[in-house]
Design a protein around this ligand. Structure first.
Ligand code: ADP
Ligand code: MG
Length: 240
Protein backbone atom coordinates (compact mmCIF):
# COMPACT_ATOMS: atom_id res chain seq x y z
CA UNK A 1 0.00 0.00 0.00
CA UNK A 2 1.27 3.44 -0.94
CA UNK A 3 0.08 6.42 1.08
CA UNK A 4 0.60 9.97 -0.12
CA UNK A 5 -0.08 12.56 2.54
CA UNK A 6 -0.21 16.29 1.83
CA UNK A 7 2.45 16.10 -0.86
CA UNK A 8 3.49 19.48 -2.32
CA UNK A 9 6.40 20.41 -4.57
CA UNK A 10 7.58 23.89 -5.49
CA UNK A 11 10.28 24.71 -8.02
CA UNK A 12 11.77 28.22 -7.67
CA UNK A 13 8.67 30.16 -8.75
CA UNK A 14 6.27 27.38 -9.65
CA UNK A 15 4.05 25.46 -7.30
CA UNK A 16 4.03 22.23 -9.35
CA UNK A 17 2.05 20.02 -6.98
CA UNK A 18 -0.29 21.17 -4.30
CA UNK A 19 -1.36 19.13 -1.32
CA UNK A 20 -1.98 15.67 -2.78
CA UNK A 21 -3.32 12.99 -0.50
CA UNK A 22 -4.37 9.52 -1.60
CA UNK A 23 -3.88 5.84 -0.89
CA UNK A 24 -3.01 3.33 -3.59
CA UNK A 25 -3.91 -0.29 -2.87
CA UNK A 26 -2.07 -2.83 -4.97
CA UNK A 27 -1.84 -4.90 -6.98
CA UNK A 28 -2.97 -2.45 -9.62
CA UNK A 29 -2.05 -0.70 -12.83
CA UNK A 30 -2.59 3.00 -12.24
CA UNK A 31 -2.58 5.61 -15.00
CA UNK A 32 -1.39 9.09 -14.08
CA UNK A 33 -3.05 11.50 -16.48
CA UNK A 34 -3.13 15.24 -17.00
CA UNK A 35 -2.12 17.89 -19.52
CA UNK A 36 1.46 18.94 -20.24
CA UNK A 37 2.96 20.60 -17.20
CA UNK A 38 0.29 19.15 -14.88
CA UNK A 39 2.97 17.81 -12.54
CA UNK A 40 2.95 14.12 -13.53
CA UNK A 41 6.72 13.67 -13.71
CA UNK A 42 7.09 15.85 -10.64
CA UNK A 43 4.72 13.57 -8.74
CA UNK A 44 6.74 10.47 -9.57
CA UNK A 45 10.05 12.09 -8.72
CA UNK A 46 8.73 13.44 -5.44
CA UNK A 47 7.31 10.03 -4.53
CA UNK A 48 10.76 8.53 -5.12
CA UNK A 49 12.35 11.20 -2.95
CA UNK A 50 14.27 12.64 -5.91
CA UNK A 51 12.89 16.15 -5.39
CA UNK A 52 12.53 18.30 -2.30
CA UNK A 53 8.91 18.20 -1.19
CA UNK A 54 6.66 18.64 1.77
CA UNK A 55 4.34 15.91 2.97
CA UNK A 56 4.90 12.17 3.15
CA UNK A 57 5.00 9.17 0.83
CA UNK A 58 4.85 5.78 2.55
CA UNK A 59 5.20 2.26 1.17
CA UNK A 60 3.72 -0.14 3.71
CA UNK A 61 4.21 2.46 6.45
CA UNK A 62 7.85 3.16 5.59
CA UNK A 63 9.17 6.27 3.90
CA UNK A 64 9.26 5.22 0.24
CA UNK A 65 12.53 7.05 -0.36
CA UNK A 66 14.11 4.79 2.27
CA UNK A 67 13.04 1.51 0.65
CA UNK A 68 14.07 2.15 -2.94
CA UNK A 69 15.28 -1.45 -3.33
CA UNK A 70 11.58 -2.35 -3.50
CA UNK A 71 10.98 0.10 -6.32
CA UNK A 72 11.90 0.38 -10.01
CA UNK A 73 11.73 3.57 -12.07
CA UNK A 74 11.96 4.29 -15.79
CA UNK A 75 12.22 8.00 -16.31
CA UNK A 76 10.79 9.97 -19.21
CA UNK A 77 12.70 9.00 -22.35
CA UNK A 78 14.11 12.42 -23.08
CA UNK A 79 16.13 12.14 -19.87
CA UNK A 80 17.98 8.90 -20.73
CA UNK A 81 21.33 8.52 -22.46
CA UNK A 82 20.73 6.20 -25.40
CA UNK A 83 24.33 6.28 -26.53
CA UNK A 84 26.04 4.72 -23.59
CA UNK A 85 28.12 1.93 -25.18
CA UNK A 86 26.63 -1.25 -23.76
CA UNK A 87 24.68 -4.15 -25.21
CA UNK A 88 21.06 -5.02 -24.60
CA UNK A 89 22.07 -7.92 -22.32
CA UNK A 90 24.42 -5.72 -20.28
CA UNK A 91 21.80 -3.02 -19.93
CA UNK A 92 19.18 -5.51 -18.73
CA UNK A 93 21.77 -6.97 -16.30
CA UNK A 94 22.02 -3.58 -14.60
CA UNK A 95 18.68 -4.45 -13.00
CA UNK A 96 20.54 -7.02 -10.87
CA UNK A 97 22.50 -4.40 -8.99
CA UNK A 98 19.98 -3.38 -6.40
CA UNK A 99 20.62 -6.87 -5.04
CA UNK A 100 24.24 -7.47 -6.03
CA UNK A 101 27.41 -5.55 -5.57
CA UNK A 102 28.89 -4.52 -8.93
CA UNK A 103 31.97 -6.54 -7.97
CA UNK A 104 30.18 -9.74 -7.14
CA UNK A 105 30.07 -12.35 -9.86
CA UNK A 106 26.64 -12.98 -11.23
CA UNK A 107 25.28 -16.41 -10.38
CA UNK A 108 23.80 -18.77 -12.94
CA UNK A 109 20.42 -17.91 -11.51
CA UNK A 110 21.02 -14.19 -12.04
CA UNK A 111 22.09 -14.75 -15.63
CA UNK A 112 18.99 -16.84 -16.20
CA UNK A 113 16.82 -14.00 -14.84
CA UNK A 114 18.32 -11.71 -17.44
CA UNK A 115 17.65 -14.18 -20.27
CA UNK A 116 14.07 -14.74 -19.06
CA UNK A 117 13.38 -11.01 -18.93
CA UNK A 118 14.72 -10.49 -22.45
CA UNK A 119 12.59 -13.38 -23.66
CA UNK A 120 9.45 -11.94 -22.08
CA UNK A 121 9.79 -8.66 -23.97
CA UNK A 122 10.91 -10.43 -27.14
CA UNK A 123 14.49 -9.15 -27.20
CA UNK A 124 16.54 -12.36 -27.27
CA UNK A 125 17.41 -11.85 -30.94
CA UNK A 126 18.83 -8.43 -30.10
CA UNK A 127 20.69 -9.41 -26.91
CA UNK A 128 24.16 -8.58 -28.25
CA UNK A 129 23.23 -5.37 -30.02
CA UNK A 130 24.41 -1.99 -28.73
CA UNK A 131 21.54 -0.05 -27.17
CA UNK A 132 22.36 2.93 -29.41
CA UNK A 133 21.34 0.79 -32.37
CA UNK A 134 17.78 0.11 -31.24
CA UNK A 135 14.50 1.70 -32.21
CA UNK A 136 12.72 3.70 -29.53
CA UNK A 137 10.29 0.86 -28.89
CA UNK A 138 13.03 -1.75 -28.61
CA UNK A 139 14.93 0.46 -26.21
CA UNK A 140 11.85 0.94 -24.08
CA UNK A 141 11.52 -2.86 -23.93
CA UNK A 142 15.11 -3.04 -22.70
CA UNK A 143 14.21 -0.69 -19.86
CA UNK A 144 11.16 -2.79 -18.99
CA UNK A 145 13.29 -5.96 -18.99
CA UNK A 146 15.71 -4.23 -16.63
CA UNK A 147 12.78 -3.53 -14.28
CA UNK A 148 11.75 -7.18 -14.47
CA UNK A 149 15.20 -8.32 -13.42
CA UNK A 150 15.09 -5.95 -10.51
CA UNK A 151 12.05 -7.81 -9.14
CA UNK A 152 10.70 -4.62 -7.62
CA UNK A 153 7.27 -4.60 -6.03
CA UNK A 154 6.39 -1.14 -7.27
CA UNK A 155 7.22 0.04 -10.78
CA UNK A 156 7.09 3.68 -11.92
CA UNK A 157 7.08 4.37 -15.66
CA UNK A 158 7.07 7.90 -17.04
CA UNK A 159 5.48 7.98 -20.52
CA UNK A 160 6.86 4.58 -21.57
CA UNK A 161 4.84 4.58 -24.80
CA UNK A 162 5.70 8.05 -26.07
CA UNK A 163 6.84 7.78 -29.68
CA UNK A 164 7.21 4.00 -29.80
CA UNK A 165 5.83 1.42 -32.25
CA UNK A 166 2.58 -0.36 -31.47
CA UNK A 167 4.18 -3.82 -31.40
CA UNK A 168 6.50 -2.72 -28.59
CA UNK A 169 3.63 -1.02 -26.82
CA UNK A 170 1.57 -4.23 -26.91
CA UNK A 171 4.46 -6.38 -25.68
CA UNK A 172 5.14 -3.99 -22.81
CA UNK A 173 1.49 -3.73 -21.81
CA UNK A 174 1.07 -7.52 -21.80
CA UNK A 175 4.20 -7.82 -19.67
CA UNK A 176 2.88 -5.26 -17.20
CA UNK A 177 -0.45 -7.06 -16.94
CA UNK A 178 1.41 -10.27 -16.12
CA UNK A 179 3.39 -8.44 -13.43
CA UNK A 180 0.19 -7.14 -11.91
CA UNK A 181 -1.18 -10.66 -11.71
CA UNK A 182 1.99 -11.55 -9.80
CA UNK A 183 1.07 -8.90 -7.25
CA UNK A 184 2.98 -5.81 -8.39
CA UNK A 185 1.82 -2.22 -8.33
CA UNK A 186 2.56 -0.31 -11.52
CA UNK A 187 2.22 3.47 -11.92
CA UNK A 188 2.32 4.79 -15.47
CA UNK A 189 2.35 8.39 -16.62
CA UNK A 190 0.43 8.29 -19.86
CA UNK A 191 -0.98 10.69 -22.38
CA UNK A 192 -2.98 8.73 -24.98
CA UNK A 193 -6.46 8.92 -23.52
CA UNK A 194 -7.95 6.46 -26.04
CA UNK A 195 -6.11 3.55 -24.40
CA UNK A 196 -7.01 4.38 -20.83
CA UNK A 197 -9.95 1.98 -20.28
CA UNK A 198 -7.99 -0.92 -21.82
CA UNK A 199 -4.81 -0.30 -19.87
CA UNK A 200 -5.60 0.91 -16.37
CA UNK A 201 -7.46 -0.46 -13.37
CA UNK A 202 -7.31 2.94 -11.73
CA UNK A 203 -6.59 6.47 -12.87
CA UNK A 204 -5.28 9.57 -11.19
CA UNK A 205 -6.15 12.85 -12.90
CA UNK A 206 -3.79 15.65 -12.10
CA UNK A 207 -3.58 19.34 -12.78
CA UNK A 208 -1.26 20.68 -10.10
CA UNK A 209 -3.87 19.50 -7.64
CA UNK A 210 -5.49 16.09 -7.51
CA UNK A 211 -8.57 16.31 -9.75
CA UNK A 212 -9.81 12.75 -9.31
CA UNK A 213 -8.57 9.31 -8.33
CA UNK A 214 -10.24 5.90 -8.35
CA UNK A 215 -11.37 2.97 -10.47
CA UNK A 216 -11.17 3.74 -14.16
CA UNK A 217 -14.89 3.10 -14.79
CA UNK A 218 -15.87 5.59 -12.11
CA UNK A 219 -13.14 8.17 -12.52
CA UNK A 220 -12.39 8.41 -16.23
CA UNK A 221 -15.46 10.52 -16.94
CA UNK A 222 -16.09 13.52 -19.18
CA UNK A 223 -16.56 15.76 -16.14
CA UNK A 224 -13.25 14.78 -14.57
CA UNK A 225 -11.40 14.98 -17.87
CA UNK A 226 -12.78 18.42 -18.43
CA UNK A 227 -11.69 19.49 -14.97
CA UNK A 228 -8.16 18.20 -15.63
CA UNK A 229 -7.66 19.25 -19.24
CA UNK A 230 -10.12 22.10 -19.73
CA UNK A 231 -10.24 23.26 -23.33
CA UNK A 232 -7.06 21.34 -24.22
CA UNK A 233 -9.17 18.22 -24.29
CA UNK A 234 -9.62 16.53 -27.62
CA UNK A 235 -10.55 12.89 -27.84
CA UNK A 236 -11.94 10.93 -30.73
CA UNK A 237 -14.87 9.51 -28.80
CA UNK A 238 -15.05 6.46 -26.56
CA UNK A 239 -15.05 8.27 -23.26
CA UNK A 240 -18.12 7.69 -21.11
P1 ADP B 1 4.29 16.89 -16.66
O1 ADP B 1 5.20 15.72 -16.44
O2 ADP B 1 2.89 16.66 -16.18
O3 ADP B 1 4.30 17.37 -18.08
P2 ADP B 1 6.17 18.28 -14.92
O4 ADP B 1 6.03 17.54 -13.66
O5 ADP B 1 7.36 17.98 -15.76
O6 ADP B 1 4.82 18.12 -15.78
O7 ADP B 1 6.17 19.83 -14.64
C1 ADP B 1 5.21 20.46 -13.80
C2 ADP B 1 5.48 21.97 -13.74
O8 ADP B 1 6.73 22.21 -13.09
C3 ADP B 1 5.58 22.64 -15.10
O9 ADP B 1 5.05 23.92 -14.99
C4 ADP B 1 7.07 22.68 -15.36
O10 ADP B 1 7.40 23.74 -16.21
C5 ADP B 1 7.62 22.90 -13.96
N1 ADP B 1 8.96 22.27 -13.81
C6 ADP B 1 9.28 20.97 -14.02
N2 ADP B 1 10.58 20.74 -13.77
C7 ADP B 1 11.10 21.92 -13.37
C8 ADP B 1 12.40 22.34 -12.94
N3 ADP B 1 13.42 21.48 -12.88
N4 ADP B 1 12.56 23.63 -12.62
C9 ADP B 1 11.53 24.52 -12.66
N5 ADP B 1 10.29 24.19 -13.05
C10 ADP B 1 10.06 22.90 -13.40
MG1 MG C 1 6.44 14.63 -17.69
Amino acid sequence: MIQIEHLSVAYQQTLALEDLSLTIQGPTILGILGPNGAGKSTLIKAMLGLLPHSGKVLLDQQDLGQVLQRVAYVEQKSAIDFHFPITVRECVSLGLYPHLSIFKRKSKEDLQKVENAMKLVNLLDLADRQIGQLSGGQFQRVLIARCLVQEAEVIFLDEPFAGIDSVSEDIIMQTLKTLKKEGKTILIVHHDLSKVPAYFDQVLLLHRKLIAFGKTEETFTKENLHAAYGHELFIGGGVG
